[in-house]
Design a protein around this ligand. Structure first.
Ligand code: FAD
Length: 512
């Protein structure tokens, strides 16, 4: 690979994960890195999801970087445009722009075991990197189910993450497929303008009240003038969520009380017993993500809304047919059907030792060491990797913990290179990965996600929960504070000489 660019670290993706990585790398004194982004701007989730009503469902003062507090959040749960603007500001404030390569989709990355580096093909050119970090996000590739007849639908079709703002929904017959986190924000936002709105619900979600309110000017000025007040607010938001974790992970029976509150929320808004029955879940609260909304149920009782308590099974022309045979006419279909979480497309593009893709290595289920590294994929880390998702708190806490791990990983690599003969790479030992995942799966047995009686996107095709972290965020931070070299095999290559990008090409594994 002559004439290509070489960097120490290449980060894929410029959402919270990729931008956070860039900040932490710069702070650690690493400036030789790039952030590769397939789209033309940064923001990830918050650039792509611009559907009406889109907002975070973890309070903004917690759903933001600890190192970039924002005293100006306009609401307790701020909207997409404010979160996107925040991320743009992070890119500017922390001097990240020179590192960011937009319109550079990573099409393949191959581990070169001779040179101990990654060869990365992007739509903007090829480069090599010592370390590759995937921050492509768990919820970034939309999933549209294969519905028979969908191709022949004469109207408009789009996914919640690919909203077509040029399409006017006013007076139209709109079908929303799915009742997950995005759909329950979309439904109340479009109900007032749609002519007729049909919601196809496979499984009803549990919906709790959302303590959303405007954050007044005085409060914002206080947070700006006395940053400790913002920090305290964040701490309290964090603590409340940490205290809830035990009910999800060890004592699902305790969720009964929360279930009562959710039922009360439903009963207050929905008086019609038939509709109420359709909207009442038959599984333990928390088994699927608990959704927050004050406007979803009130929207469903409006006269222009129908709830079909069955999934979409077939499309016949402009007629949508549910599994239970119910039919509805539509001019537009909005898929709120989520993302490819357990079969991330990037996994098919990352080739590790022996040319094996991450997807092949994960064919029996995703697994990683401390949610971050995978055996056979040296010097590679996934941000929000397997079993790092949270049922009730801010993913930014997980991202920041993993970035601490990344910085320590680079520090240890640097130390190994300085101490030994030539450059080093770290490959997670299969037995360390196995033991980590066995422990996680054992803990998973008692959780509400396993025992709660539901089928959710947390589970993979084999019914294993490979997405959620079964502990507190404090515990996750502890287990990702340092890289334990005993869990890694150290690979060696001779040092690169000046002017030559690669080493002499011999790899020898040594015991850590
Ligand atoms: C609507 C919505 C609301 C959410 N609300 C919350 C919330 O309230 N609280 C919470 O904790 N979490 C929430 N989440 C989860 C959210 O995904 C994470 O909190 C966080 O934004 C993930 O950041 P990320 O950087 O890992 O991924 P993303 O934000 O998804 O960014 C990934 C980036 O990688 C890029 N990319 C992907 N593949 C490639 C490739 N091959 N080459 C180059 N670039 C690539 C994408 O274009 C994207 O910019 C929400 C998710 C959605 C969809």
């Amino acid at each position: 690979m002559a004439g290509h660019e070489h960097v120490r670290v290449a980060v894929i993706g410029s959402g919270f994960g990729g931008l956070g990585a860039a900040v932490r790398l710069r702070r650690a004194g690493v400036t030789d890195f790039v952030v590769l982004e397939r789209r033309d701007s940064v923001g990830g989730t918050w650039r792509d999801n611009s559907y009406p009503g889109c907002a975070c469902d973890v309070p903004s003062h917690l759903y933001s970087f600890s190192f970039a507090p924002n005293p100006d959040w306009p609401r307790t749960f701020s909207g997409q445009e404010h979160i996107r603007a925040y991320l743009e500001r992070v890119a500017d404030t922390f001097g990240l722009r020179p590192h960011i390569r937009c319109n550079a989709e990573v099409t393949e990355a191959r581990w070169d075991g001779e040179e101990l580096r990654w060869e990365i093909d992007t739509t903007g050119g090829t480069l090599t990197a010592d370390v590759l970090v995937s921050a492509t996000g768990p919820l970034s590739d939309p999933k549209i189910p294969g519905v028979p007849g969908l191709d022949g639908f004469p109207g408009k079709v789009f996914h919640s993450a690919q909203w077509d703002h040029d399409y006017d929904l006013r007076g139209k017959r709109v079908a929303v497929i799915g009742t997950g986190a995005s759909a329950i924000q979309i439904v109340p936002a479009i109900q007032p303008v749609a002519g007729r709105l049909t919601v196809f619900q496979r499984t009803p979600p549990w919906v709790m009240p959302r303590m959303d309110r405007e954050i007044g000017a005085l409060e914002r000025r206080l947070h700006a003038a006395v940053p400790a007040t913002g920090a305290l607010r964040r701490r309290l938001l964090w603590l409340v969520r940490e205290l809830q974790v035990g009910a999800f992970t060890r004592h699902p029976a305790r969720m009964g009380l929360v279930e009562k509150l959710a039922k009360h929320h439903l009963h207050r808004a929905v008086k019609d017993p038939e509709l109420r029955a359709k909207l009442t879940p038959d599984y333990r609260i928390g088994c699927k993500r608990i959704l927050l909304s004050n406007t979803y149920y009130p929207a469903l009782v409006r006269p222009n809304v129908d709830v079909v308590a069955s999934g979409l099974a077939e499309v016949r022309g402009s007629t949508l047919v549910a599994s239970d045979g119910t039919e509805a006419e539509a001019d537009a279909i909005v898929f709120g059907t989520g993302f490819r979480v357990t079969d991330m497309p990037i996994a098919r593009r990352i080739r590790g030792v022996g040319g094996i893709t991450l997807a092949e290595s994960w064919k029996d289920g995703m697994e990683a060491l401390r949610g971050s590294t995978a055996a056979g994929f040296p010097n590679f880390m996934t941000i929000i990797g397997p079993n790092t998702g949270l049922g009730n708190s801010s993913m930014i806490l997980v991202i920041e913990a993993q970035l601490t791990y990344l910085v320590d990983y680079l520090r240890q690599l640097g130390a190994l290179t300085a101490a030994g003969a030539g450059r080093a790479a770290l490959d997670a030992r299969p037995e360390a990965v196995r033991s980590w995942n066995d422990r996680i799966q054992r803990r998973m047995e008692r959780t509400v996600w396993t025992t709660g009686g539901c089928d959710s996107w947390y589970l993979d095709a084999r019914g294993r929960n490979t997405t959620v972290w079964p502990g507190t965020t404090g515990e996750f931070r502890r287990v990702t504070r340092r890289v334990d070299l005993a869990e890694y095999e150290v690979l060696r290559a001779p040092a690169r000489t000046a002017g030559a990008a690669g080493g002499a090409g011999r790899t020898a594994a040594e015991a850590a």
